[in-house]
Design a protein around this ligand. Structure first.
Ligand SMILES: O=c1ccn([C@@H]2O[C@H](COP(=O)(O)O)[C@@H](O)[C@H]2O)c(=O)[nH]1
Length: 304
């Protein structure tokens, strides 16, 4: 098996080491939360204008966090809400982030039967991808043959995936915690990721199959760290969903490797948080982004 080098896992580890940060900034633009100067005078039924505002807002965040964090995670849903204009904005944001040396984790939670999964893999991660994302979130619900097409593309290009293992939402357990043959569904998914990663490890011991495990389930996060020694874990749920530094530290290997922690609303809309609102009122929203990013970096000070 030939594997493209450096792999996505290697690039992410090196970016963590370079920035000394494990923070992933989530790019989840929402009309209602955009700073007033950007929202002003855009009518609800003007998707092109909203899309331009999303591009301006997200690129403004990227300008602030580039060099401070290893990666950003655009959430496709918010761009899709605007229709075709939103997808153009998403493409611009991905391109801009990469031009600023930020790795991009596109949060689309894609998957389908194998032949369609191949199309998704090519679309988002392939060499000729119009999106040129570095990695993509993927659902495991359709099974191993639906994950393999993504792994094939990861082998060919320095791309990675983050497979949903134990999500941060309160209702995720309904299916993910269901037990069969003495193990939960999420434990079985973790086992599969470890099997698929084993022949593809980089010099740090990580493979292209990362995992999503929520900060809101610290016990399961600790368990999953053990079960998936070769997966970089993407940990959402920090900040706005209640996850804290003590909850996520169990997701890391020594030296602050093996995981990144996502925060979206608490960073990008920091200017609206009570503790920042007064200091960063008016046009100072980017300074609030900077303060919130610095604060998160300080709280997650795991890098040796
Ligand atoms: O289990 C999951 C998987 C993905 N997400 C996504 O992460 C961000 C979280 O946003 P916050 O504002 O920091 O709560 C968002 O894009 C989710 O779709 C998740 O929260 N949990």
């Amino acid at each position: 098996m030939t594997i493209a080098t450096p792999s996505f896992a290697t690039l992410l580890t090196e970016a963590v080491q370079k920035t000394r940060s494990v923070t992933c900034v989530g790019l989840d633009p929402r009309k209602a939360n955009l700073p007033e100067p950007m929202r002003q005078a855009i009518a609800q039924d003007r998707p092109e204008e909203w899309a331009a505002a999303y591009t301006q807002f997200c690129c403004g965040i990227i300008d602030v966090v580039a060099g401070k964090v290893p990666c950003v995670k655009p959430q496709a849903a918010f761009f899709e809400q605007l229709g075709p204009a939103g997808m153009i904005s998403l493409g611009e944001v991905v391109r801009y982030a990469r031009s600023k040396q930020l790795l991009v984790i596109l949060d689309g939670k894609r998957n389908d039967i194998g032949s369609t999964a191949t199309a998704y893999a090519d679309a988002y991660l392939g060499a000729d991808s119009p999106w040129q994302s570095d990695s993509l979130t993927v659902s495991p619900y359709l099974g191993q043959d639906s994950i393999e097409p993504f792994v094939d593309v990861c082998d060919q290009r320095s791309a990675g995936i983050f497979v949903l293992v134990k999500t941060s939402n309160p209702g995720g357990g309904l299916l993910q915690n269901r037990e069969t043959d003495g193990q939960s569904v999420f434990q079985r998914v973790a086992e599969l990721l470890t099997e698929l990663n084993k022949p593809r490890l980089d010099s740090h011991g990580y493979g292209p199959l990362g995992a999503v495990v929520g900060a809101t389930y610290p016990e399961e996060l600790a368990q999953m760290r053990q079960a998936m020694p070769h997966s970089v874990i993407l940990i959402p749920g920090f900040g706005a969903q209640g996850g804290a530094a003590d909850d996520v530290k169990v997701g890391f290997h020594a030296g602050g490797l093996g995981a990144v922690v996502n925060s979206s609303r608490h960073i990008i809309f920091a200017y609206q948080r009570p503790e920042y609102a007064e200091k960063f009122a008016g046009n100072a929203w980017q300074r609030a982004v900077e303060a919130a990013t610095d604060d998160m970096n300080q709280q997650l000070n795991f890098c040796e």
